[in-house]
Design a protein around this ligand. Structure first.
Ligand code: BG6
Length: 491
């Protein structure tokens, strides 16, 4: 019988992330039977709320991913009974001591493991870490603190943050009180699958280099603006919000060398190495944009600066395209293009790998500009992996066509894909650190983007304005063309 217990405290329980992602992910884990036998969930936030009120709030966002699932309502009730609330300030040792007393009651003398999920703004999280570690850490088991981005605004502020975290917590798992930096893109199914695709198939890895790959594109698009999040977003902008973390993490997994093993440290060692082999982004190699208002079908879509929480005249980019390079033997000269934007014409995250032309292709005379192979890893939505190939159109003549060999997850698997937060929370509970970011990775990531962010801001570079719902600034096409690249999503 399991003598230990896990207490999960969601700090910032009434915030958006907690409501929309963390509690539902915890419920999904519970539903799937993945949480330990003994567990308790605490919401911690400033507002006064009773346990019953927290349960009502949480219950509104819980879903059984497939509606007609068995016992869903019953499971929800059981789950909610294990959720409690503790009001408190984020910088109050006294309030965290109250939390500690409350947690102890539920832990009932078992070996107590404690997980804190900090879903609070960056300006208060060091205080919260300090209070959690001094007043509410476990005396008998482990204490793990998950920290959400943004981790600083540049190299310096990020390093300062890590230093502060390390005053109270360790990074290495051998210690009892540790922190983990989360990047939820690492928990996405197709991102996890990247290594499987590369390292467990014979046919991809031999082609994974400058010899066969012309360019690689990392695309993130959302078809909605910053609605309601302008206050946060304006301080950061799309490069810090998406590129420096989500897209760069995917790039690192894509481009790293084969790790010694699947062990967390082996993988993270390879990721750091490839990040360190990259050239810091230059101002010339980045295009920034910001969405402006646009009326379509009689509906007026707002400009970024129409958001009341965004300062008038803000130059913060809501779109960016960038060309990055990895100076190592495998990738020398291959452009790695990134594109990230809000309020674009569709919602999509994907990796596109464009292969080189077939040397001396016999069929070039049948078609002008014979298409090259392209591998697309669609992270979301409609998760899939497809390879564009050339084939003959059936018939007596000789005409070539371009088709997709397609692994569409929804057609291949009936089981729903778990949300990224489910995997990451489970890993945190189980002590698996492969999908969390090590602080040296974070340093390396910031060194690539800090100089250009400074240049953009010091020079008050005016973004290229693009209409809400469009394909974004044309500048991104000129940037790509400079490296003889066409964005693969145009076709
Ligand atoms: C967050 C960003 O990290 O990721 C948001 O701060 C963005 O701006 C979100 O909308 C996208 O996540 P997902 O999982 O919905 O693609």
């Amino acid at each position: 019988k399991d003598k230990s217990t896990v207490s999960i405290t969601v700090v910032g329980a009434s915030g958006d992330l907690a409501k929309k992602k963390i509690f539902p992910a915890l419920f999904a884990l519970y539903y799937e039977g993945c949480l330990p036998e003994h567990f308790t969930i605490f919401g911690y936030a400033r507002s006064k709320m009773s346990d019953a009120e927290l349960r009502t709030m949480v219950s509104k966002t819980l879903t059984c991913r497939i509606d007609q699932r068995e016992n869903c309502g019953e499971k929800m009730d059981q789950f909610l009974e294990r959720c409690f609330y503790q009001p408190g300030q984020y910088d109050s040792e006294k309030n965290f001591l109250e939390l500690d007393r409350n947690l102890k009651q539920h832990e009932a003398g078992r070996v107590a493991n404690r997980l804190f999920y900090l879903s609070i703004p960056p300006n208060i999280f060091i205080d919260a870490v300090k209070c959690a570690s001094s007043s509410a850490s476990s005396a008998s088991g482990w204490t793990r603190v998950i920290v959400e981005k943004p981790f600083g605004r540049d190299s310096e502020s990020s390093a300062a943050l890590t230093r502060s975290l390390k005053q109270y917590l360790d990074e290495d798992q051998i210690f009892r009180q540790v922190f983990s930096l989360i990047d939820h893109y690492l928990g996405k199914e197709l991102v996890e699958n990247l290594s499987v695709l590369r390292f467990s198939n014979l046919i991809f890895e031999p082609l994974w280099s400058r010899q066969y790959i012309r360019n690689v594109q990392f695309i993130f698009a959302e078809d909605f603006g910053t609605e309601g999040r302008g206050g946060y977003f304006d301080n950061y902008g799309i490069i810090r919000d998406i590129m420096q973390n989500h897209l760069l993490q995917i790039l690192a997994l894509f481009a790293m060398e084969t790790p010694v093993s699947l062990d967390a440290e082996d993988i993270r060692n390879e990721k750091v190495k490839v990040l360190r082999s990259m050239r810091p982004l230059r101002l010339d190699d980045v295009v920034v944009g910001q969405y402006k208002s646009h009326t379509r079908g009689g509906v007026k879509y707002p400009a970024y600066t129409d958001d009341k929480t965004v300062p008038g005249g803000s130059l913060t980019p809501t779109f960016a395209a960038a060309a990055l390079f990895i100076d190592n033997a495998r990738w020398d000269g291959v452009p790695f293009l990134m594109k990230a934007g809000k309020a674009l014409h569709d919602r999509r995250a994907e990796i596109r790998v464009q292969f080189r032309h077939v040397p001396g292709n016999l069929y070039n005379k049948n078609i002008i500009d014979l298409a090259t192979n392209e591998l697309v890893i669609r992270v979301q939505p409609d998760e899939s992996i497809y390879l564009k190939i050339n084939n003959k159109v059936p018939g007596l003549g000789m005409r070539l066509d371009r088709s997709n060999l397609n692994l569409l997850y929804a057609a291949r698997y009936s089981k729903e894909i778990p949300d990224a937060y489910e995997r990451l929370l489970l890993d945190a509970i189980e002590g698996e650190r492969r999908l969390f970011i090590r602080s040296d990775e974070l340093d390396a990531a910031w060194s690539l983007f800090s100089p250009v962010l400074k240049d953009l801001e010091d020079n008050k570079i005016v973004p290229e304005y693009y209409p809400y719902g469009s394909r974004g600034p044309v500048g991104s096409h000129y940037l790509a063309a400079r490296y003889k690249v066409r964005w693969g999503d145009l076709g």
